[in-house]
Design a protein around this ligand. Structure first.
Ligand SMILES: Cc1ncc(C[n+]2csc(CCOP(=O)(O)OP(=O)(O)O)c2C)c(N)n1
Ligand SMILES: [Mg+2]
Length: 295
């Protein structure tokens, strides 16, 4: 399998998982709400290709892509979303609160950076050879705790790669109405070097994350990566004030799955799609058949 085909399979696995989740949501099998990663798959796959076993990953409310790219099991994630005891966290965490191995997600915006800082501090203090990956959104720059954390992360030289996924919207609020000035400058003001990337190409993300990850490991100090990305779906289940024509344009221009898929032969792409769709459907059915009452 070529590198492109491997990338495609990883991206398409997330896409297939999220698409089936949305399709099945209407049946009422999933309690609560959920935020899908449609459009942001390349950030998860590209960045977490750099994660080693001992590293820690801290994610936010939009965590499915991060969890699956980390190596999380789709069956356990569906079961978690169904509130089943066989889920990632026994069904009590739901869509936003996952913990498996060194992966942690939390729905409290900005609180996740405090978690990441604390864990990076612990790793550094114990002289363990681990770094922390933290994912956050543009809207989370409005949380005061982020700046307290950036201050300490810089002062204590904590080994964190902060990945800011700028999808230009926070629920229904456009970033240009909520975030003043430059996003990279906000990190730089605290002495944290920030790299800016405007792409939906998984290879570009992986390369940039590779450079930054090496620096974080070698120097044991923080780096930030601001990625211009696109939310191709609604915020959670139906909230999206954007003009549908604008969203359609994003699908045409900023779809990471389509972008890498174009590099494959039609036959190979379709075979991967079929294999993955079957695997994801089987994961869903297995979760559905699991014993135990939803929590
Ligand atoms: C402290 C806090 N306030 C409000 C919310 C409700 N909420 C969940 S996601 C979200 C928007 C987040 O926007 P952004 O950080 O840009 O991430 P995105 O959803 O675009 O991935 C809001 C307001 C929350 N989860 N936590
Ligand atoms: Mg956002």
């Amino acid at each position: 399998m070529t590198d492109y085909a491997q990338h495609y399979e990883k991206l398409y696995t997330i896409r297939s998982f999220e698409t089936l989740l949305l399709d099945e949501f209407a049946s009422g099998i999933f309690p609560g709400t959920t935020h899908t990663s449609l459009g942001q798959e390349a950030n998860a796959v590209g960045v977490l290709a750099q994660a080693r076993e001992q590293d820690v990953v801290v994610s936010n409310h939009r965590c499915h892509a991060h969890f699956l790219a980390y190596g999380g099991d789709p069956t356990a994630l569906y079961a978690e979303l169904m509130g089943k005891p066989g889920g990632v966290c026994g069904g009590v965490g739901g869509s936003q609160h996952l913990q498996w191995r060194n992966f942690y997600s939390n729905g409290i915006q900005g609180g996740t950076l405090a978690m990441a800082a604390g864990m990076a501090f612990a790793e550094k203090k114990a002289s363990r050879d681990a770094i922390v990956f933290d994912f956050m959104g543009d809207g989370t720059l409005g949380e005061g705790i982020v700046y307290e954390c950036l201050n300490l992360i810089s002062l204590w030289s904590l080994p964190i790669l902060i990945v800011l996924e700028n999808n230009h919207i926070a629920q229904t609020t456009p970033a240009d109405q909520a975030v003043a000035g430059s996003m990279t400058a906000r990190f730089e003001a605290f002495g944290i070097p920030a790299t800016h990337l405007d792409t939906c190409d998984v290879v570009e993300v992986q390369e940039a994350a590779g450079d930054l990850t090496r620096k974080v490991r070698r120097e044991s100090r923080p780096q930030a990566l601001v990625i211009e990305t696109a939310r191709l779906g609604t915020h959670s289940k139906g909230d999206d004030p954007r003009d549908p024509r604008d969203v359609e344009l994003l699908w045409d221009l900023r779809d990471p799955v389509e972008r890498i898929g174009r590099l494959l032969q039609d036959r190979e792409r379709v075979l991967i799609q079929r294999k993955v769709d079957e695997r994801i459907r089987a994961a869903f059915e297995t979760a559905l058949a699991m014993e135990g009452q939803p929590t």
